[in-house]
Design a protein around this ligand. Sequence first.
Ligand SMILES: NC(=O)c1ccc[n+]([C@@H]2O[C@H](COP(=O)([O-])OP(=O)(O)OC[C@H]3O[C@@H](n4cnc5c(N)ncnc54)[C@H](O)[C@@H]3O)[C@@H](O)[C@H]2O)c1
Length: 283
Amino acid sequence: MAGLVGKVALITGAGGMKGIGRATALKLAAQGADIALTDLQRPPEALPPGEIRQQWRGIASVAEEVETLGRRCLQVWCDLSDSAQIQAMVQQVATHFGRLDILVNNARAIIGRDKVPVTELREDVWHHFLAINTTAVFLCTKFVGQVLVQQGQGGRIVNIASDAAKRGSAMGAAYSASKFAVLGLTQASALDLAPHRITVNAVCPGPVNTDRLSYWEQAQAEAKGLSLEAFRAQIVAEAGQRTPLGRIAESEDVANVVAFLISEDAGFVTGQAYNVNGGALFH
Ligand SMILES: NC(=O)c1ccc[n+]([C@@H]2O[C@H](COP(=O)([O-])OP(=O)(O)OC[C@H]3O[C@@H](n4cnc5c(N)ncnc54)[C@H](O)[C@@H]3O)[C@@H](O)[C@H]2O)c1
């Protein structure tokens, strides 16, 4: 399929070996898009064990895979907590490729420190979640939106939200609030950008089998005397049993829906929030 030949996609939080960002990059590249990958430069000790074992190099490794598919790829290290870095990153991508067509807001704050009752939630943790999960999505939408409007050829923005954007859970105040806000931002941006034929949609995954970084999972694994990978495998298996389709999502399940929303076939779909959860939540 070559439906995205000539298009350029920017994907945030794209360096994880099992992450939704990487799966999306490979899916869009396979359909012909050139890709800009961005992520935070993380110290080796902050990487999941599987990535350390395989000497994974984050977006540098994903870039090699994109280029193997015959597509151009630009890597930009960017801390999404910094508005100036976001603006410079968008400018760099647009200048490098000479255009920009697609934005996938995929990055999120590293989870775990938020996983406490609301009465114990630290203010700095709350602000960090809002900064990365909501404000950075707004800023990327704003700066990429400006490029798309000026280009005058339409465009696509997809925000990766969560089932936590539709249903709160205990010990999830900061995460849920930040993701509920993404759906409001998605709807309002869809209306602002509709006259420019730019669609804005969200995807709401349930649990996904990624190597997501979680300080909470690290602490739980240590307390139980398990390796992080063994503990994570338990969580994945248990969540799969609770899911009507009998497993949790793989990153590719999410990337498939992102690719649909980016395709020409989804040209009349905007302001929506698509669930990818194996039947676990319906609204
Ligand atoms: N994994 C799941 O179970 C799950 C479930 C529902 C929704 N989601 C959503 O899917 C998306 C991707 O999740 P994932 O599990 O693939 O990835 P992840 O949680 O492992 O990583 C997200 C990425 O964001 C990056 N990031 C963190 N802080 C940053 C900062 N300050 N600046 C720039 N980048 C930063 C990380 O480096 C990482 O590459 C997220 O938006 C998440 O909320 C994930």
